[in-house]
Design a binder for this molecule. Structure first.
Ligand code: ASP
Length: 280
C-alpha cells in the first residue's frame, strides 16, 4: 500500500515561513489520515477521501480557499480515475459547492461522466448537494489587491495503490487564478489526472502547459510500455522544456515505486511509504 499527495506549487516559500510550515503540517496530517484510510479501503475510495481533506484545508487552492477568477467568482474543477476499470469522471468549473471531488465520485456511476458549469451544478443539486461558498477572507484580500502577477498555484492531488494492487488518481483545483471565465483547467482532463493498471499520475502547474504536454496520460502510457516510472516522468517533463512548460507530478507505479518531480521549484508533496516524508 502506498499513497502520495501534492498541494500544488509553493510560491510563498521564499517569503513566508509560517505558511510553509502550516502547509507542511497539513500535508503530513492528511497523508497520514489517507494512509490509515487505505488500510481498509480501495485506492479509489482513498483518493476521494484524501482529496476531500485537501479541499477542506483552506491553505490550498481547491475547494475551500480556492482562488477567485477574473470576474470575482470561484469555479472548481476536479477529476477521478480508477486504474482498475479505467473509468474517468470529473467536473469542470462548477460553482457554489464544497467538494467537487465528491461530485466526480458520484458521476462514476453514470454514462455521462464529465460535466461542466451549470450542468454540473444542477447534477450536484439534484443529488442533494447543498449550496456552499468556498471563498475565504484571504482569497478575497488577494483578489482585491489584484495579486495576479505572482504565481499562486495550490491545486491538490492524490495517487494511491491499495492492498489489491489497484491504482487510482484524483486531482482538484480552483484554477490558476484570475483566469477568463470559462477557461478549462487540466485538472479535470486526462492530461492532468490519469491512472490504469500500471501507474497513476496527478499533475499541478500551468494547465495550458500540462495539456500541451499531455503529461499524466503520456507518463502512464510510457510506464505501460515498460519504462520505469521515474524515467517516464523525467522524459515527459523534459519534453516541456522547448516551451518552458511549468508542471509538477506525483505518481505511483504498480510495482510500488513512488515518484515526484517538477520543472520549476517547488511543488509541495507528502508521501507515506514505510514512513511519512514531506517536502522540505
Ligand atoms: N493546473 C491548474 C490549472 O491550470 C493549476 C494548478 O495546478 O495549480 O488550472
Amino acid at each position: 500500500m502506498k499513497i502520495i499527495i501534492h498541494g500544488g506549487f509553493f510560491s510563498e516559500s521564499q517569503t513566508n515561513q509560517e505558511v510553509k510550515q502550516a502547509k507542511q503540517q497539513a500535508l503530513k496530517d492528511i497523508v497520514q489520515a489517507g494512509h490509515k484510510y487505505l488500510l481498509s479501503h480501495t485506492a479509489l475510495e482513498t483518493v476521494v477521501y484524501t482529496v476531500r481533506l485537501l479541499e477542506d484545508c483552506d491553505l490550498f487552492n481547491a475547494g475551500t480557499g480556492s482562488q477567485i477568477q477574473s470576474d470575482g467568482k470561484i469555479r472548481l474543477s476536479a477529476s477521478l480515475m480508477d486504474g482498475k476499470t479505467q473509468k474517468f469522471s470529473g467536473v469542470i468549473n462548477i460553482e457554489e459547492i464544497k467538494n467537487p471531488i465528491c461530485i466526480a465520485e458520484k458521476l462514476m456511476a453514470y454514462d455521462d461522466r464529465v460535466l461542466s458549469g451549470k450542468g454540473a451544478k444542477d447534477f450536484a443539486t439534484n443529488n442533494g448537494v447543498a449550496y456552499y461558498n468556498p471563498e475565504t477572507p484571504q482569497r478575497r484580500h488577494e483578489y482585491e489587491k489584484k495579486l495576479s502577477d505572482s504565481i499562486r498555484l495550490g491545486t491538490v492531488g492524490c495517487v494511491a495503490l491499495d492492498l489489491y494492487g489497484n491504482l487510482a488518481a484524483a486531482t482538484s483545483t480552483g484554477g490558476k487564478g484570475f483566469e477568463i471565465p470559462g477557461r478549462v483547467s487540466d485538472s479535470a482532463t486526462t492530461a492532468g489526472n490519469y491512472a490504469n493498471a500500471y501507474a497513476g499520475i496527478s499533475c499541478t502547474g500551468v494547465g495550458e502547459d500540462i495539456v500541451s504536454g499531455s503529461v499524466a496520460s503520456k507518463i502512464v502510457t510510457r510506464v505501460t510500455d515498460g519504462m520505469p516510472l521515474s524515467i517516464a516522468a523525467d522524459k515527459t517533463l523534459d519534453e516541456m522544456k522547448p516551451y518552458d512548460g511549468f508542471a509538477g507530478i506525483i505518481g505511483i507505479s504498480a510495482d510500488g515505486k513512488i515518484y515526484h518531480a517538477d520543472t520549476h521549484p517547488y511543488m509541495v508533496w507528502a508521501l507515506h511509504d514505510e514512513d511519512v516524508e514531506v517536502f522540505e
